[in-house]
Design a binder for this molecule. Structure first.
Ligand SMILES: *Cc1c(COP(=O)(O)O)cnc(C)c1O
Length: 354
């Protein structure tokens, strides 16, 4: 990778790496030593810097806090057995961040700024990328408004930042989910396809209600009729019905997940039938009743594959068959793990070394 962009680096004088216990990592609470930050002002991105991870000062009047001008990405870096560190499909995250930015009237980030910030930060914190099986470095790029102005209009100033946290092997306990038929995560024409902060804040209350009823997550349905499947929690939903891989087609209300895209690609590589189309709740319930719903799972960067064991609908809980050793969800999860850890060939060129 080219090193043309100059990023000033202020290394930490008090590394916390010694305190990290790779066998005992609590997700999202431990942050690597450094963070990347660059401000946008006067119509352009200013000098970029890498500084020790820590608190920062912002105007209490910024439009991220009041009106939700805040977007983020989630991605991971993996360490290969030979110690090399690679990112999984980082340009896909960069493109999606800019799509989210456009939707929220925020400035786009040049590819070089994103990729250089990312790779220089990860090279500096290379020691924080865990190497045990199934572990990785979770990366959180994000951008928010920084104007000290309380009027409702797009901010003129923004900050783009990246911090990282080591994550251990994710334990995929099969989930209990239920179809949501009152609340909505997003509507056609809304901002559901963007990773903007407000989508997540508004999903917490309906999710909490489902959790109080003993479910782990919701399966969101369409905003106008609650007839069609949208997503599973903050993951895309994939079903295996009678041997076919079926998933809701993308729309403005569904987030275009990079894991979803990768899982569907592998399914096609393996010669499976893949259907991206409207998937009705009744179709899933019928398939459950007839024993034709082979598998259901969520897909996303954090968990990769989150198998679903139980689906609730109108007060009845339907059990899925136990996941077998040759289940598609298991095989595709293992195939992705093998590509990411460098143990398997990468025919689609998904891995980018830092
Ligand atoms: C991030 C996210 C996903 C998964 O996207 P990946 O790129 O696979 O991590 C799915 N749905 C929602 C709502 C998301 O925010």
């Amino acid at each position: 990778m080219l090193d043309t962009l100059t990023i000033s680096i202020q290394p930490t004088t008090a590394s916390r790496l010694g305190e990290l216990d790779p066998a005992n990592i609590e997700f999202g609470k431990i942050f690597a030593d450094h963070m990347f930050a660059v401000d946008y002002a006067d119509g352009e991105w200013q000098a970029a810097q890498i500084v020790p991870y820590g608190d920062m000062a912002v105007s209490p009047a910024n439009s991220a806090l009041h009106y939700g001008q805040a977007i983020f990405e989630g991605m991971k870096a993996y360490k290969a057995p030979n110690g090399e560190i690679a990112l999984f499909r980082p340009l896909d995250n960069w493109r999606r961040l800019n799509e989210s930015a456009a939707r929220m009237c925020m400035p786009e980030i040049p590819e070089e700024l994103f990729m250089q910030g990312l790779s220089q930060l990860i090279r500096l914190d290379a020691g924080w990328v865990p190497s045990t099986a199934g572990s990785s470095l979770y990366i959180r790029p994000f951008m928010f408004a920084t104007d000290g102005f309380i009027g409702v209009r797009p901010s003129d100033a923004y900050r783009f930042m990246i911090f990282t946290c080591p994550v251990g092997k994710y334990y995929n306990k099969p989930l209990r989910v239920r179809f949501e038929n009152k609340y909505v995560r997003s509507a056609e024409g809304g901002a559901g396809y963007a990773k903007n902060a407000g989508n997540y804040g508004a999903a917490m209350y309906p999710t909490k209600l489902a959790q109080q009823q003993g479910y782990n997550q919701l399966i969101w349905t369409d905003a106008s009729e609650h007839r069609y499947v949208e997503e599973s929690g903050t993951m895309n939903a994939i079903f295996v019905i009678d041997g076919r891989v079926v998933t809701p087609a993308l729309s403005s209300s569904i987030l275009d997940g990079i894991t979803r895209r990768s899982v569907l690609q592998l399914a096609r590589d393996w010669g499976l039938t893949v259907e991206e189309r409207k998937v009705s709740v009744l179709e899933i319930i019928e398939a459950l009743k007839q024993g034709k719903l082979n598998e259901a799972f969520g897909v996303g960067t954090a968990a990769t594959i989150a198998p679903i064991a139980t689906i609730g609908y109108e007060g009845t809980d339907y059990e899925l068959p136990q996941t077998t050793a040759n289940a598609f969800s298991l095989r595709v999860g293992e195939a992705l793990d093998a590509i990411r850890s460098g143990e398997a060939p990468d025919p689609h060129g998904w891995m980018v070394r830092v």
